[in-house]
Ligand binder design. Structure first.
Ligand code: CU
Length: 307
């Protein structure tokens, strides 16, 4: 089922049940309720200020509308489609204030792990990798500044797509007057929070189709890559699979990459639309720490779960 169909269904459910969001008379709660604390009660999805459709191919992104026209700060709906032959993702990295592009380029040069460039940016989410012809949907919070959209999926030789040109530079700035973009409201409930915690992934028990908040409550960078397994695996099988993934080898068990949330820095959050078919899954984190290419999945940042 495509997300848009589910959006219609959710609107109907919301109308039948009546409003159940946070009350209006909570003193001092004029910020977006979703961002106040991890594990907050059921809340509404932030309404996007804009929507970007992204097609990924080898090795480029095509975005509609053309981002050269400028992007507004705020929650941005990503509709990501893999139109290529290899797996792809899109991660958004915002340059920290004062960072020089040449300095960043030098740090990232020839580094397929991305670990050299991480200290220069805040990772603000995106979508984790999916296979050809797959779609996925997420919300990321763009803040004013320079943001790089990039794909760090490795090719068959272990070279990150970003190093072969799969990056797009985006400028996010407050609109200089005029009307806001015409975006269809989503009016969606957030079904739960997926926490990227210091001790690993905390997933809701019930992962029915809908929107989930993904919040990084650790002090390190993490991503949530979701892989559907062709068969259930035991602990040893999971350990072998993780080793194969880290080494970019084809694992014994059949896998389908079904997306997830692209890397987010400590303290940041985003929202992800999930519609997972019943089955067995593995959540994994391919991100390294700054300056060290070892991916977190080799240090235990992975979790098996069933839907
Ligand atoms: Cu790619």
């Amino acid at each position: 089922m495509r997300p848009r169909a589910a959006v219609g269904a959710m609107v109907v459910v919301t109308l039948l049940l009546g409003a159940c969001g946070p009350s209006d008379d909570d003193a001092g709660s004029d910020g977006p309720p979703a961002s106040t604390s991890v594990g907050a009660a059921a809340t509404r999805l932030p309404e996007p200020v804009q929507e970007i459709e992204i097609d990924a191919t080898e090795y480029t992104f095509t975005m509609r509308p053309d981002p050269a026209g400028g992007l507004a700060p705020g929650w941005t709906l990503l509709r990501f489609h893999n139109a290529g032959d290899e797996a792809h993702q899109v991660m958004f990295a915002r340059l920290k204030d004062g960072v020089d592009m040449a300095e960043l380029a030098a740090a990232g040069e020839g580094d397929s792990s991305g670990s050299g460039a991480i200290e220069f940016v805040d990772m603000i989410g995106g979508v984790s990798y999916i296979g050809p012809d797959q779609d996925t949907t997420a919300l990321v919070d763009l803040t004013e500044g320079t943001v790089i959209a990039m794909c760090y999926v490795p090719d068959a030789h272990g070279v990150a797509h970003a190093l072969m040109g799969m990056t797009t530079l985006l400028t996010v700035s407050a609109p200089s007057g005029g009307g806001s973009a015409d975006v269809e409201p989503l009016d969606e409930e957030v079904l739960g929070t997926i926490e990227l915690a210091p001790d690993g992934y905390h997933l809701p028990e019930d992962l029915r189709a809908g929107w989930y908040r993904v919040a990084n409550t650790d002090t390190a960078l993490h991503e949530l890559s979701l892989l559907r397994l062709g068969e259930p695996i035991d602990e040893d099988g999971e350990a072998r699979l993780v080793d194969d993934l880290a080494a970019n080898r084809t694992p014994e068990v059949e896998l389908e990459a079904v997306g997830g949330m692209g890397a987010i820095s400590a303290g940041f959050d985003g929202y992800l639309y999930l519609d997972l078919a019943p089955g067995d899954y593995l959540a994994v984190d391919f991100m390294p720490d700054p300056g060290d290419p070892r991916p977190h999945l080799l240090d235990g940042y992975h979790a098996g779960f069933s839907v």
